[in-house]
Design a protein around this ligand. Structure first.
Ligand SMILES: *[C@@H]1O[C@H](CO)[C@@H](O)[C@H](O)[C@H]1NC(C)=O
Ligand SMILES: *[C@@H]1O[C@H](CO)[C@@H](O)[C@H](O)[C@H]1NC(C)=O
Ligand SMILES: *[C@@H]1O[C@H](CO)[C@@H](O)[C@H](O)[C@H]1NC(C)=O
Ligand SMILES: *[C@@H]1O[C@H](CO)[C@@H](O)[C@H](O)[C@H]1NC(C)=O
Ligand SMILES: *[C@@H]1O[C@H](CO)[C@@H](O)[C@H](O)[C@H]1NC(C)=O
Ligand SMILES: *[C@@H]1O[C@H](CO)[C@@H](O)[C@H](O)[C@H]1NC(C)=O
Ligand SMILES: *[C@@H]1O[C@H](CO)[C@@H](O)[C@H](O)[C@H]1NC(C)=O
Length: 680
């Protein structure tokens, strides 16, 4: 293997002082543009060079950087480009220590076919300062533009070999310099038909081998493929931490063997140390002269770790920080460097910004970043943290996103249109708790109405009001808990099994009894106003109970009707719709529809032009039995007569002549008779 010289080549680039001064005074910020952003530099220092942000401890111009972090902004480029200042390159009279980073690119011409040890026919080397690709203070890493090493066959039966060597200079009290090569951040990549890139240490007069991989473009069954860097046209290998340990301060990317192939077939081979996951192999990179350097003319990014290396490690606990200690921000802390000597500064947990100057670390407003700081409730920022509480009526850990209803959601049901119902426990008793959707009970007539009405009725077929709870933000009504849901669920939910005729008759007779009680047996007549299967609840013995008195009306015995009630259109008495006057016969009408649902197991709806109701009414008009409209599950031969009787009763309830409709007491009585006729 070739031995590479470690001496630096004499070419030096002199930075005119005037440019440095210009750079120092230039403020690239437009007024107000960063008003809300966190400061990243010392006051008065430029925070950008071209596209590259320059956060402190990096800086452009005197007083703007910590030792070892000086940046030169070259304004002859458009946009300007940032370089790590290298006094050694800038000023031939500069004395050690220099600090900084530079890259040599050696160009050597060999005759094609010569062995690697043969004498080159010509060679030259240029040394250039390292251009910055980006700086991350949070990761304590910077990226530089690295040169691509290449070996290209030329038409003149020679080949031109270029290889890069990078040197991280040390400086006073800091033998590790500011920058060291990051092992984990980079990979070694080779591109070409037959190439073995080699990452070598470059210290003193010797070089030692760190890493390599092999790429063959031909002779394999599988051809090189775009995006795949697995040894066919492209190879890559990680840079092992331990291999780097001794030699992070200078490295080269060489190519081995030389490209001695037929110039017609093999144009160039390439090697590069590059940021992990950055390069995407394209087969076109293999073909043509210097394709890869042409694709990335400024070079390819590689990652360096930086640290404050001139005053040892972090101060031990209880120890005073050394002079010039860099972790000066409030809410920052010190961490020993993991690559080389020294330490780095970090913002405390839930702070962000720049720990290297006094007001650098700023509280993160976590509430503004829900994608990163979860809060499935009410979020409130506070210094160094945030509070996140579940919304009212919920409990749990909102930061973990598992707020649950204070009452189990399984039991939650929405009844009528204005309240939500939850399962709860009072003493040993399971109860249903109903709260209005809208805040205050005073805003909600219906809610108050329900309390007044419910407190007057006690009947086994009417849901029992246990109490109410008004001394909380949201008033609540507490009812007996009915475990089997509503008749609507039982008839129309997909997963419900068959329901036999006896059960249906019992539900019909008992719920009719509850309504009859409301119409006639209480001191004031109570009209329900919204009779429908969803308002008939069932306990675990399938005993029905009328619920939801939100729009019910109390009517003094001497008055016949109440006005302005809006219930469910699908069950609404058309006579009431015409007159606007609610009577107990309106409830009878609605109950007639419930009976049709019970025997047909079809849902009544106004959106299909009252199909269910109309089909029974038409059969009736034609004097025809509605046999084919019955639910097949219960339409057994022996039960058709009873089903007919129920259908006839329902049709009576639906009579448009209100006076011809039976009273609720009669409906209840006839249903009870039918039920008893079967069980006797
Ligand atoms: C800026 O870049 C130009 C072009 O490469 C170079 O000639 C000049 O010396 C550089 N100036 C400084 C201050 O580095
Ligand atoms: C890879 O992609 C380039 C352009 O993106 C295309 O020209 C080339 O044919 C592709 N190679 C293969 C093997 O598909
Ligand atoms: C390579 O692909 C990745 C993923 O698509 C992309 O993020 C990256 O920018 C690409 N690299 C280059 C140099 O285009
Ligand atoms: C850093 O290293 C020093 C010396 O090795 C040690 O005394 C100190 O406790 C370390 N500090 C932290 C924060 O790990
Ligand atoms: C919330 O979720 C976490 C993790 O997912 C779990 O450990 C915790 O028990 C959950 N708490 C509740 C109240 O469900
Ligand atoms: C709740 O209040 C809002 C706004 O005051 C109103 O638009 C909405 O209709 C109310 N909902 C009910 C069910 O009363
Ligand atoms: C009614 O509730 C009881 C007890 O919770 C249950 O065993 C039964 O299956 C339920 N019946 C229906 C039809 O949901």
């Amino acid at each position: 293997m070739a031995t590479m010289s470690s001496s630096k080549f004499p070419s030096r680039v002199l930075l005119p002082l005037i440019l440095l001064l210009l750079a120092a005074s230039a403020d690239h910020r437009t007024p107000g543009a960063y008003a809300a952003a966190l400061p990243i530099t010392r006051p008065g220092c430029p925070d950008k060079c071209g596209d590259v942000l320059i956060p402190f401890p990096f800086g452009i111009g005197s007083g703007c950087f910590l030792q070892g972090f000086e940046v030169t902004c070259n304004n002859t480029f458009t946009p300007p480009r940032a370089f790590i200042t290298n006094r050694e390159l800038d000023d031939p009279s500069a004395k050690w220590p220099y600090g900084g980073v530079f890259q040599d690119v050696a160009e050597i011409v060999y005759l094609t076919g010569n062995s690697e040890d043969s004498k080159p026919s010509s060679s030259k080397t240029v040394s250039v300062p390292l251009e910055l690709f980006s700086i991350s203070v949070a990761d304590n890493q910077a990226r530089g533009y690295g040169a691509i090493s290449s070996d290209c066959t030329t038409a003149t039966a020679e080949h031109l070999y270029k290889y890069q060597g990078t040197v991280f200079d040390s400086y006073a009290d800091a033998p590790d310099g500011t920058f060291l090569l990051s092992a984990s951040g980079n990979v070694l990549i080779g591109v070409g038909n037959s190439v073995e890139p080699v990452l070598t240490q470059r210290v003193g007069a010797t070089s030692s081998f760190w890493a390599s991989c092999v790429s063959k473009g031909t002779g394999y069954l599988q051809l090189p493929a775009n995006g795949s860097c697995g040894g066919r046209g492209c190879c890559q290998t990680p840079v092992a931490e331990e291999a780097v340990a001794d030699s992070r301060r200078a490295f080269s990317v060489a190519l081995y063997p030389r490209n001695d192939g037929d110039p017609a077939q093999v144009a160039c081979n390439y090697g590069m140390l590059v940021e992990k996951n950055w390069y995407n192999f394209s087969t076109t990179d293999m073909n043509g002269y210097e394709t890869l350097p042409k694709r990335f003319p400024r070079g390819i990014p590689f990652v360096m770790d930086f640290a404050i290396r001139n005053s040892g490690a972090c101060p031990a606990q209880g120890q005073l920080p050394p002079a010039g200690y860099a972790c000066v921000s409030d809410n920052s802390y010190c961490a020993n460097a993991t690559n080389g000597l020294g330490y780095v500064c970090k913002c405390s947990h839930n702070y962000e910004g720049n720990p290297y100057f006094k007001v650098g670390c700023q509280d993160i407003n976590e509430c503004e970043h829900p994608e990163k700081y979860r809060c499935d409730g009410i979020c409130k920022n506070k210094p160094g943290d945030y509070d996140c509480l579940c919304k009212a009526g919920m409990k749990g850990d909102a930061k973990k996103g598992n707020c649950t209803e204070k009452f189990p959601t399984a039991a939650k049901a929405v009844v009528g249109g204005f309240g939500e119902v939850y399962k709860g426990i009072v003493g040993d008793e399971i109860v249903a708790v109903k709260k209005p959707i809208n805040g205050s009970i005073l805003e909600n007539d219906q809610f108050a109405n329900e309390v007044i009405i419910q407190s007057q009725v006690i009947h086994r077929n009417i849901v029992r009001l246990i109490g109410c709870c008004l001394d909380v933000d949201i008033p609540m009504l507490v009812y007996e808990f009915l475990s089997n849901g509503s008749l609507d669920d039982i008839l129309h939910s997909n997963n419900m099994g068959p329901l036999n005729l006896d059960a249906r008759l019992k539900i019909a007779a008992e719920s009719a009894d509850g309504l009859a009680y409301m119409h006639s047996k209480t001191s004031t007549k109570i009209l329900h106003g919204d009779v429908k299967p969803a308002n008939i609840l069932l306990d675990d013995n399938m005993l029905p109970k009328i619920s939801d008195f939100g729009i019910s009306r109390l009517i003094p015995r001497d008055k016949e009707h109440a006005a302005s009630v809006i219930g469910d259109m699908s069950y609404m008495d058309p006579v009431y719709l015409q007159t606007g006057l609610l009577t107990e016969k309106s409830d009878v009408y609605s109950f007639g529809v419930v009976l049709l649902e019970l025997i047909s197991r079809k849902k009544a709806t106004h959106s299909d032009n009252y199909k269910l109701v109309n089909s029974y009414l038409e059969d009736h008009k034609k004097g025809k039995k509605s046999t084919e409209l019955f639910d097949k599950d219960i339409a057994a031969e022996g039960d058709l007569e009873i089903l007919d009787s129920i259908a006839v009763l329902a049709v009576e309830c639906l009579n448009l002549d209100v006076d011809q409709r039976p009273a609720m007491t009669e409906v209840a009585h006839r249903l009870l008779m039918l039920y008893q006729s079967r069980s006797s």
